[in-house]
Design a protein around this ligand. Structure first.
Ligand SMILES: N[C@@H](CCC(=O)N[C@@H](CS)C(=O)NCC(=O)O)C(=O)O
Length: 172
């Protein structure tokens, strides 16, 4: 058994439930990479299901994704990635101070520059979200893509020498 397999914990005795919409991919990606079984509950954003009382009881922010793991409920993609890695395979979130700081830095980039740039432009072009300011989104997208290109000039992963949740958060 290799180190990765030894440190991973499966969830055969526990059902994970993910409330999500297909435009949000990073949590599904990590669940797949960790080999975790889960039940997917589709929340129809176009019909406004995320603003109905039963969903707001899960996440008062009215946003997907939300993960339920037994008695634990976690919302926000970055928070869910952190939870899944630390609970099921900590190799995906190195906890040495300098490495952890770098991972959190990239989670923050995913939630800010990437979300406001690339993700916003995707909503504008693919889902016809006309309330996106596409000029602002394009400028932000171009800026963060340049930063990512520079960062990857001499490395294969965002932090350290193996994939972490930083890569999962920024990949979509
Ligand atoms: N910071 C949150 C943002 C979540 C978010 O914006 N989710 C979108 C779908 S990808 C959503 O639910 N939008 C509906 C809304 O904000 O009303 C995260 O990363 O999970």
């Amino acid at each position: 058994m290799n180190d990765s397999a030894k440190s991973a914990t499966n969830n055969t005795n526990n059902t994970l439930r993910l409330y999500n919409h297909e435009i949000s991919g990073k949590v599904r990606l990590l669940l797949s990479l960790l080999g975790l079984n889960y039940e997917l509950v589709r929340v129809d954003l176009m019909k406004g299901e995320h603003k109905q009382p039963d969903f707001l009881a899960l996440n008062p922010f009215g946003q997907v994704p939300v993960l339920v793991d037994g008695n634990t409920m976690v919302s926000d993609s970055q928070a869910i990635l952190t939870y899944l890695a630390l609970k099921y395979n900590p190799q995906w979130f190195p906890t040495a101070p300098e490495m952890a700081a770098q991972v959190v830095r990239w989670l923050s980039v995913a939630a800010n520059e990437i979300s406001q740039g690339l993700a916003a432009a995707r909503l504008f072009y693919l889902l016809d979200f006309k309330n996106v300011n596409i000029d602002v989104a394009t400028t932000k997208a171009t800026g963060i893509l340049s930063q990512l290109d520079a960062h990857f000039a001499d490395r294969s992963w965002l932090v350290g020498d193996r994939p972490t949740i930083a890569d999962v958060a920024c990949f979509p």
